[in-house]
Ligand binder design. Structure first.
Ligand code: SAH
Length: 340
């Protein structure tokens, strides 16, 4: 529907009137599918150990300046219990690719959460695994999986990752996750080193092809201990334009206003919602470990308790005329299945 030239134009335009036109088009589409609703997900960052070595990421395996932590199954469950008390109906378990968490351990944790919370959505975000592993987690009760593709351009991917990591494998994981029946989230960083407007065009085309249920889009933010420490952070406006364009191409997708967006601008998440996003993911991790999950520098909300994060987000959202919703917030295609 949109030509490459049109998309490239809106990927790059800094014209305020054109940007407003784009954002209001995205808002309208979002409103058609979700009204003013903003879905809340509780994020539990359960390990910062990682065997990978992505050049942009603060918890990359070779970063010796990270104090590593992992939560026990009981600690993870306690985060869920706190989240449930606060009204959350979705738990998102995210972490580095930590070999300690074998398939058996992940399955056990998912089963424990599922047993206590039969009606909640359980989302995993723990990187690239085999089909068998993904199947085992699904079987245990996981419903959703977040795995950003990071960039859909092969050369760009190679400049951001060690040689052992392959874009084709990451993409393959996304297609497998979809086949198994997960609600799947892909996504990318905006303004990452070596990215061109053409890379962002490829990101949009990849999303069109994969048709994920969710798409996570945030600015790249440098982290001092990584090889990309001295690169510039992604721009606010370009990130907002990418959120809006994603809304145009995937009209009923679940699109978070990300923490990274809130980190580069005090009103970043609100601006994300005004550009077509419809999800927020406040933090449920124990306060003691918040600062240690430092993917990038100056991450916000690392000093707050879970309850404060929820209240703070609620206030921000209502201030902009949006309606916080503590619901499962499945993708519309699945809500129809559930009703029939
Ligand atoms: N290990 C999991 C979770 C990764 S962390 C996985 O492989 O999917 C979640 C996301 O944080 C990543 O997908 C990446 O897009 C983002 N991220 C990592 N480092 C970042 C940085 N320096 N700036 C902005 N976002 C970053």
């Amino acid at each position: 529907m949109y030509s490459d030239a049109e998309l490239l134009h809106f990927i790059t335009t800094e014209d305020p009137a054109e940007m407003e036109e784009l954002f209001s088009a995205a808002r309208e589409i979002r409103a058609g599918h979700y009204g003013k609703d903003v879905y809340f997900r509780g994020l539990i960052e359960f390990t910062n150990y990682c065997k990978n070595d992505c050049f942009y990421c603060g918890i990359r395996g070779s970063n010796k300046n990270v104090k590593r932590y992992r939560l026990s199954a009981e600690e993870i469950l306690n985060c869920c219990r706190m989240g449930d008390l606060l009204g959350y109906k979705t738990f998102v378990l995210q972490g580095g690719e930590d070999p300690y968490f074998t398939d058996d351990r992940i399955v056990e944790i998912v089963q424990l959460i599922r047993k206590e919370y039969p009606d909640h959505a359980i989302t995993l975000s723990i990187g690239e695994k085999s089909r068998q592993s993904y199947e085992a987690y699904f079987e245990a009760g996981a419903n959703r999986y977040l795995l950003r593709h990071e960039t859909a351009n092969d050369d760009h991917y190679k400049k951001m990752h060690p040689e052992a990591m392959k874009l084709s494998e990451r993409k393959e994981c996304l297609y497998i996750l979809k086949e198994i029946g997960y609600q799947v989230g892909a996504g990318f960083m905006v303004g990452s080193p070596f990215q061109t407007p053409e890379c962002l065009l490829e990101d949009l085309r990849f999303l069109e092809d994969l048709k994920p249920h969710m798409a996570g889009i945030g600015p790249f933010i440098p982290q001092a201990d990584t090889p990309f420490a001295h690169f510039r952070q992604g721009s606010l406006n370009q990130t907002l334009r990418m959120v809006a364009l994603t809304r145009l191409l995937l009209p009923d997708a679940l699109i978070p206003a990300t923490t990274a967006l809130g980190t580069i601008d005090p009103k970043g998440r609100e601006k994300g919602l005004l550009s077509g996003a419809n999800v927020v993911m406040p933090n449920l991790s124990p306060k003691a470990v918040r600062k240690l999950y430092a993917l990038y520098d100056n991450k916000i909300c690392t000093g707050d308790e879970a309850a404060e994060c929820r209240l703070c987000m609620e206030g921000r959202i209502r201030g902009y005329g949006f309606e916080p919703k503590m619901v499962r917030g499945d993708h519309p295609s699945l809500q129809l299945v559930a009703m029939s």
